[in-house]
Design a protein around this ligand. Structure first.
Ligand code: ATP
Ligand code: LTN
Length: 334
């Protein structure tokens, strides 16, 4: 790298407007880590194609995702924020790594099983090899660390296995990355079915808080959130609904579960849900304002994308060339 900072890599799919889960599990931590590391954050548009997309909506979602990265506090002059599909090395290394990944390994991936069950009419090969493309993303930039929510842990493990296998054959080509999974917020659950993770492609509007929801909508959704029997605000396994709301509140305010229990001692679910709603709405206000400004400034966003795509290409191609050479592909005659 250009300096001695360690490298951080992460990204999200452009499959819909980000949820509070994406924010608390990933984006907020990215911002906190962005000074300390040399950071690359991708708009993972190739991964998004594993589920059928409507082209016009998909383009809008990708752009909106890019603007949300910036609005959340990632400075595009310091962090490399780019589109995955604009760097062809991802697909190229993805193919090579496919040849170093066993079907037995991919058969164990729980995300594949979940998505295959959800999209039974479109169980495509991309969905199956999704983790290999993800490994290529990370390994191209020689990332030391990958901040993600807990649902991505298994993908990080297979990425490490592929990298180690490759290094064992060809020498130290890839840096072996570590997952960074936050202690709080790593798995925010649906507001309607608290046993399921909050997911941006959920069709039930009341199940997710979107980062672009207005304050009234946010408060209304929290008021309607499914809670458990009883009326006590207490963190426990048998109270998944309330515990999820407490995790959200804790993540945003920095308070511990005990502090929250004390704060709402003797108060009912109604007061608690209202407090969570108001706190989340306030947290998101500055991000939403910045987002509107950015979406109105086409030239600025276009300039950032162009500059960062080039930077990403430079680093990614360096690794790709090395890999091509190692496996014995012949160099192009220039
Ligand atoms: P989709 O519904 O399309 O599968 P998603 O909401 O699961 O999307 P991803 O793009 O797969 O979002 O994930 C982006 C990042 O957000 C990842 O780091 C992932 O671990 C994290 N993340 C997603 N959902 C949650 C959640 N409910 N809680 C915490 N982190 C999450
Ligand atoms: N699979 C990830 C998105 C993703 C990613 C990556 C995250 C694609 N490539 C590389 C970290 C590093 C998800 O969040 N669903």
């Amino acid at each position: 790298m250009l300096n001695d900072k360690k490298v951080l890599y992460s990204g999200m799919q452009a499959t819909g407007t980000l949820t509070l889960g994406n924010y608390l599990g990933a984006l907020k931590n990215w911002v906190n880590l962005s000074d300390e590391y040399e950071c690359f954050y991708g708009v993972m548009d190739l991964h998004s194609l594993t589920v059928r997309q409507v082209p016009a909506d998909f383009r809008k979602n990708a752009r909106s995702l890019y603007a949300l990265y910036v609005a959340a506090g990632l400075d595009p002059k310091k962090n490399c924020l780019y589109y995955q599909s604009h760097v062809s090395a991802h697909a190229e290394l993805g193919w090579i790594l496919d040849c170093f990944t066993y079907m037995g390994e991919l058969n164990r991936m729980t995300q594949f099983k979940d998505k295959a069950a959800k999209h039974a009419d479109n169980i495509n090969a991309g969905l199956y090899t999704y983790p290999v493309l993800m490994a290529a993303d990370i390994l191209l930039y020689q990332a030391d660390m990958v901040p993600v929510g807990v649902d991505q842990k298994q993908h990080l493990e297979i990425c490490r296995d592929i990298a180690e296998r490759f290094n064992n054959i060809y020498g130290e080509v890839f840096t072996i990355p570590e997952a960074y999974i936050p202690k709080a917020g790593a798995k925010i659950m649906s507001l309607q079915e608290p046993e399921k993770k909050m997911s941006k492609s959920d069709e039930n509007v009341n199940a997710t808080i979107r980062l672009l929801d207005d304050p009234d909508t946010i408060i209304r959704k929290f008021k309607r959130a499914v809670t458990d029997s009883g009326s006590e605000v207490r963190y426990s396994e048998d109270k998944p609904g309330v515990s999820n709301l407490m995790s959200i509140y804790g993540c945003v305010t920095g308070k511990t579960m005990e502090e929250i229990e004390r704060e709402f001692d003797g108060k009912g679910y109604g007061d608690f849900k209202l407090a969570v709603g108001e706190t989340v709405a306030d947290e998101l206000k500055p991000l939403q304002k910045r987002y509107e400004e950015l979406m109105a400034d086409k030239a600025f966003i276009d300039g950032c994308i162009k500059e960062n795509d080039e930077k990403a290409r430079y680093f990614a191609n360096k690794t790709l060339r090395k890999v091509q050479k190692k496996v014995g592909l012949t160099e192009q005659i220039r």
